[in-house]
Design a protein around this ligand. Structure first.
Ligand code: ZN
Length: 432
């Protein structure tokens, strides 16, 4: 028994030994730099949080971009502003670059905007207790931007970015991408394509969880037409069932056929039916006239469709089309699908990147880092480029309530998250 226990103990010690390397001396110096410069980083977070940068507030987004741009210059980056056509009504994007041929080419994603527009109640940066702060965008994602900037400044201070090839891309409209996306994300996608790995600074649900996959979002519009007639004739061969029964049949069959498939969701967000129906998609509003004694000739349903892979999306659309085509007597339907944000599908490359991050946190003595549940995340900017390079997201700030008034950031997690980023980037730069 004792020998058996000893064998287990030896096994545990051995496995710890092989996995838990220490940080190198330069990595330890970088970590100390992060600790020493934490007060300045929190000051930067406070300063940028107190500038409203709602996506539609072009001036505010530019102002935040200017401040972050100067900080990235201090880390040895060249910065440039990507302008978008006026018709998009968006501020544009901040891009900071270093060019070289050492290690992996790294594409880093942040954003300058928040969901809070100037006409919403202000929420200046404020400490709630000794370790938690609130403010607009403090978590999503000015906190993530600051974590990254501090890490890059630490690496630059020790000359560790010499020869590296890094693009930092802070979009100005992550929360409401300018339309068409083919214009607002054109430069973003082009620059990502020439890189090897992408690191996203959206928030984390826990300090030991990152995202190796994110679901994509798309939508569908179902239009149903039917014979109009007196209600007393409904269900008869002559009058048929009307558009409203057909709408109910279709969406119920969507649910019974597809709702148990993992990572696939579809939500009918609006339904209208009657004798006269008008739907204004831009205003998300509809008008309808109908009477209980008239078989309804028209119905409209608008919904979303979220998926983990393009294949899952395509297959779901095929099944939905088949369901739509099984018209009830007297009805005719049309479903149209619209692409939104692609998914960041789970890949072997993403997992390898996770392994590097995992090793960094083990070497820091912080235990393993794991991939979170892709079903828990919405779509983000990284999804536009995920098919071109290896990606990990969720490297940003930790806090609660993103997109809600009173969102918070746990300031005590910043040092670990920033050091983890610095050591990760260093290892990617030094990689053969
Ligand atoms: Zn965000």
């Amino acid at each position: 028994m004792r020998i058996f226990q000893l064998a287990i103990l030896m096994f545990i010690l051995n496995s710890l030994d092989t996995h838990a390397q220490q940080l190198s001396s330069i990595e330890n110096k970088v970590a100390s730099y992060v600790d020493e410069h934490l007060p300045a980083a929190i000051e930067l977070l406070k300063q940028t949080t107190n500038i409203n940068s709602g996506t539609l507030n072009v001036e505010g987004v530019k102002k935040v971009g200017e401040i972050f741009g100067k900080e990235l210059q201090k880390a040895g980056f060249n910065t440039t502003w990507i302008h978008l056509p006026d018709s998009l009504k968006r501020a544009g994007h901040l891009v900071a670059t270093r060019t070289g041929n050492k290690g992996k080419k790294i594409f880093i994603i942040g954003h300058l905007d928040t969901v809070f527009e100037p006409d919403m109640p202000a929420n200046p940066f404020r400490m709630i207790n000794d370790s938690t702060a609130t403010g607009q965008g403090v978590n999503d994602m000015k906190g993530g931007d600051v974590i990254l900037i501090l890490a890059l400044q630490a690496l630059n201070h020790y000359g560790l970015l010499e020869g590296s090839d890094i693009t930092v891309y802070f979009t100005g409209d992550e929360e409401r991408a300018g339309h068409p996306v083919s214009v607002s994300r054109a430069d973003f996608i082009e620059r990502a394509k020439r890189c090897d790995v992408a690191l996203g600074y959206e928030g984390a649900t826990a300090t030991n969880i990152v995202a190796t996959a994110r679901r994509g979002a798309s939508s569908w519009l179902l239009e149903i037409f039917s014979k109009q007639g007196h209600s007393s004739g409904i269900f008869s061969d002559y009058s048929g069932y009307g558009a409203i029964y057909e709408a109910a049949r279709i969406i119920n069959e969507f649910r019974t056929t597809l709702s148990t498939e993992k990572y696939l969701t579809f939500n009918p967000g609006l339904i209208v039916g009657g004798t006269e129906v008008t739907y204004n998609e831009n205003k998300a509003s509809a008008n309808v006239i109908g009477k209980d004694n008239i078989i309804s000739p028209a119905a409209i349903v608008h919904g979303d469709l979220r998926f983990l892979t393009a294949d899952q999306k395509d297959k779901a659309r095929e099944v939905m089309k088949e369901i739509v085509a099984k018209n009830l007597n007297g009805t005719r339907s049309k479903i149209t699908f619209y692409d939104g944000i692609p998914s960041m599908a789970p890949t072997e490359g993403n997992n390898q990147l996770l392994n590097i991050i995992n090793q960094v946190s083990i070497d820091m003595g912080m235990g393993a880092t794991k991939a979170g549940d892709p079903g828990s995340r919405g779509a983000g900017d990284i999804s536009y480029v995920a098919e071109f390079l290896d990606c990990v997201d969720g490297l940003g700030a930790m806090g609660m309530g993103a997109h809600a008034p009173g969102e918070t950031i746990y300031l005590k997690t910043i040092p670990f998250l920033s050091k983890r980023t610095a050591i990760l980037i260093n290892r990617l730069v030094q990689a053969k």
